[in-house]
Every structure is written in C-alpha cells, then in structure tokens.
Design a protein around this ligand. Structure first.
Ligand SMILES: Cc1ncc(C[n+]2csc(CCOP(=O)(O)OP(=O)(O)O)c2C)c(N)n1
Ligand SMILES: [Mg+2]
Length: 328
C-alpha cells in the first residue's frame, strides 16, 4: 500500500476504458482462434487487465514498456494503434512488424513498445539498456518492464536488479504475480514468501500492491514511476493478480484447486471495478456500458482490417534482418 491519494474520476474512467478494451480483445482473439480464423498459440491475460491499465495512465507516450508472450494487456494499455496491432497478432503484412513478429513478439516503437519477448526474464536486462540510454540522452524517459512470478527465479532477473540499483536506473520492474509459472504453483518454484522482498537484497525500493484493485495499483505505479523520473532510481513493484484462463489456450486448469478458482472468480477485478465505479458515483451503469460499446466497435473494425489484410510476401523473409537492409 502507498500513501498517495486516489486518482480523479477522469483517470479512473481511462483505466476502465483500457481494461475493458483488453477484456474485449482477449474474448475476441479466443473466439477467432477457436473459429479457425487465426492460427496461433495464445496466452490470455484475463484477470490481469487492471495492472497495465493503472500503470499506463501514469506514463508518457515516449516512456518504454517491455512485455512478454502474455502481453496484449500491456500493449493495449500503452496505446498501441488497434488496426496494426490486430493485424500483427494475425501475422499480416499490415501489422506493426509487417506480420513478422506475430502474437508473441508484437512491438511498436512509436507507441513506446520496443521489446516483447518469449524468453522468460530476458526483458529485464534490456530494460536496463533502454534506461541507461535515456540517462545518457537526458530524455527523462522511464522504462517499465513486465514479467511474471516465475521469471523472478531466472538469473537475468537478479543480474538486472543488481545493475539497475548500482547505476540508479530509471526502471520499474513490474512483477505481475499471478501465482503460477506455466502449470507450477508459486510455492513449488519460488523460495521467497513475497517477490517484493527480493528488492532488499539489491538495495532497491520495493512496493507490493493488489494488482486487481485499480486504486492501489495506480498509487503504487505512480510512486514507482515518479521515483524513476525524479532520479531516485529503480523499483521492484510486485502486483498480486490472477490469470483466469490458464497458461495458454487449451489449458484445462486441472492443477488449480477448485476453491482457489472459485475464490478468484468471485473476486474477478473487472465486474468488481465496474460496480465500485458506480457505487462511488464516478459513473452510471449506462456510461460504463457506452465505454464498452465504443471499445467493442473499434476493436471490431480492427478485426475486419486484420482479416482482410494479406500475409507478408515471401520476399520479406530476409528483410529487416541485416544491418545493410535496415540502414543501421
Ligand atoms: C528462459 C525460458 N525458460 C523457460 C521457458 C518456458 N516458459 C514459458 S512461460 C513459462 C512460465 C513463466 O511464468 P511467469 O514468469 O510466472 O509468467 P506468466 O506466464 O505467469 O505470465 C515458462 C517456464 C521460456 N519461455 N524461457
Ligand atoms: Mg506467473
């Protein structure tokens, strides 16, 4: 918990807008995959919507966000344009990476999304590089790197936190702790009681928050991002959350105890946030419905765009690979 006060109504509704867009995208991608219109593995972020939504409202457009294969929530929250985003997910030539990244490697530098990686933990040292570059350029940019609880057991996590602390880098290390790494429960793979405790070992500021609570997530993110921006260095921010749809699409969740799943469903952050906004007088049910309807219409336009776009030509295979072809 942090001491900052709650965001105002406009910020809360922006968090809601982003979170509902993520939920709509997630539902729709699953429908399209099941209908055979997209051929792809899929790692759903359902349940983790509020984490990046409440982080991103604290970020500048030119700040960086790094994410993983389970990353569409982070990308949408940062503001990636919908049409080329969906096209990239579908592997189409009109995508942000000309269809060559695909669903697990969606990047869009113009939106501050330079790296999405499928290698667990590999984003953290890259975040340090981006943050170091920002210091050298005196650009004031902050880098947020997202990863899971499992990733906090990888060597790269520990090396990156140590170096970020030594160099006082403007990085926020966001551990989206959903309680599972693939099909392994937290307790079976992680020695620390809380991941945030690992910050102490590196002399780093640590914050733990409820990633399923928009206000708590917002306040924690704001504190960490302001510290990075003001030269106070990196933060390890542990956001406690839950993933409802398993490790990847097709996962039957047999390894999750029924009581755990039932409790998580009862505390689903999306309906809870909707009801809280209404109860606190931030919006009416009709206003929230209108936000959702608008998101759905915009996402559907992007789906149409993606479906009607061509796949990249085979001549693209060797392009954007070698320095001489990119002019670097
Ligand atoms: C270096 C490496 N080791 C193993 C894998 C296989 N793998 C993919 S996802 C995953 C679990 C990661 O769990 P966590 O960090 O908690 O992230 P989550 O999927 O829960 O978001 C593993 C082991 C990988 N992609 N990279
Ligand atoms: Mg996890």
């Amino acid at each position: 918990m942090t001491e900052l006060t709650s965001p105002d109504t406009s910020v809360l509704l922006e968090i809601y807008r982003k979170a509902t867009l993520i939920k709509i995208a997630d539902d729709r991608f699953i429908e399209l995959i099941k209908a055979g219109q997209i051929a792809s593995p899929y790692y759903s972020p359902r349940g983790q919507e509020l984490v990046p939504s409440a982080i991103s409202v604290n970020l500048r457009a030119d700040d960086y966000v790094i994410t993983t294969y389970r990353g569409i929530h982070d990308q949408l929250a940062k503001g990636i344009p919908l049409k080329p985003f969906v096209a990239e997910f579908m592997g189409k030539a009109t995508g942000t990476c000309k269809g060559k990244g695909g669903p697990m490697h969606i990047t869009h530098l113009a939106s501050g999304l330079p790296v999405t990686t499928g290698i667990v933990g590999s984003g953290l040292p890259i975040a340090n590089g981006l943050a170091w570059a920002a210091l050298l350029k005196k650009s004031g940019q902050v880098t947020v790197v997202n990863f899971g609880d499992g990733a906090s057991n990888i060597g790269a996590f520990h090396e990156a936190l140590n170096l970020a602390s030594v160099w006082n880098l403007p990085v926020v290390f966001v551990c989206q702790n959903n309680g599972y790494a693939e099909h392994t429960k937290y307790e079976y793979g992680t020695g620390a009681r809380d991941i945030v405790d690992r910050a102490i070992g590196y002399g780093m500021h640590g914050i733990q928050c409820n990633g399923n609570d928009a206000v708590d997530m917002y306040c924690a993110a704001r504190e960490a991002i302001e510290r990075a921006r003001n030269g106070q260095g990196p933060t390890l921010l542990e956001a406690k959350t839950f993933r409802f749809r398993g490790h990847l699409l097709g996962d039957d969740g047999h390894y999750i105890a029924k009581e755990i799943m039932d409790a998580a469903v009862a505390a689903d952050p999306m309906p809870a946030f909707n009801q809280w906004l209404i109860a606190e007088g931030h919006a009416t049910a009709e206003q929230l419905q209108a936000i959702e309807d608008e998101n759905r219409a915009q996402f559907e336009e992007a789906v149409e765009f993606g479906l009607s776009s061509p796949y990249p030509d085979v001549s693209e295979l060797g392009r954007d690979v070698y320095a001489e072809e990119t002019g670097v």
